[in-house]
Design a protein around this ligand. Sequence first.
Ligand code: ATP
Ligand code: MG
Length: 290
Amino acid sequence: MSESFTTSNTAPKSQTSSATENVPTIRLDGVHKTYDLGEIHVHALRGVSMEIYPGEFVAVMGSSGSGKSTLMNIVGCLDKPTRGHYFLDGKDVSGLTKTDLAKIRSRKIGFVFQQFNLLSRTSALENVELPTIYAGIPIEERERRAEAALKRVGLADRSGHFPSQLSGGQQQRVAIARALVNSPSLLLADEPTGNLDSRTSIEIMDILQQLNAANGLTVVIVTHEPDIAQFAKRALEFRDGKMIKDVLIQRRSIAAEILPTLPTLEDDDDDETIAGALPETGPNGSSTPK
Ligand SMILES: Nc1ncnc2c1ncn2[C@@H]1O[C@H](COP(=O)(O)OP(=O)(O)OP(=O)(O)O)[C@@H](O)[C@H]1O
Ligand SMILES: [Mg+2]
């Protein structure tokens, strides 16, 4: 795995940081995490130090059990280091209470999960609205924000649908809209394409690349797939709770360029074409746009 994404050697700090912004969004200093299960102690992170700057797009890779989700939970303020420090936007948050961490999370961080984690009896719009309630946004403002977030992920016309009435890719887009609704500066996604087919995965990467480029959102994703890591700007690799590699992605994949070359799998309501029957290429050999 480690050699299969196209990278340069270790990423020099000057290239990973933005010229105008010197405070890292994320700075970990000697972070350890141990889970205590009675007599057994699982040392999930063993002294991780790193910096991620505003506007970066980072892929976290590594085999199962290497500590990726543990890292994301700490970075996402869902959990705390056992030892070491985590600075979010320059502020040490390692010692904060759960309540204070929750406040910071709701203001600064959006989290997307592999399993979407949508409430099943709740419409797409209401799912997206939920974090605005926790953040104390005035009621008249909530729906407007949720609608805007759904629009940003291309799902304005699906706001009344329940999760069961949406495809996997659409459900993940609702989850991204939910993560965006409080305008975070950091978007974390733990295997966001793990349950999706390859075209839908690239559609999700397209949304993440657009948010990163247009809005300067700092994005960190966990992925097992080198092809998906190739959409990031930088890749980190974990093994046994340690970061063993930190490289810049060379020849980065751009989802918006790849998507028009792929056959469409999904049908639109207003489109009579049967998805599975679409030719892969048009009469002149060009790809079939959706
Ligand atoms: N809540 C927990 N309690 C106890 N041990 C845990 C807990 N969460 C994770 N671990 C252990 O910590 C180690 C790192 O787990 P983690 O979930 O971070 O791995 P991962 O890299 O995300 O793996 P995967 O690719 O399978 O998702 C593993 O040995 C795991 O069993
Ligand atoms: Mg994991």
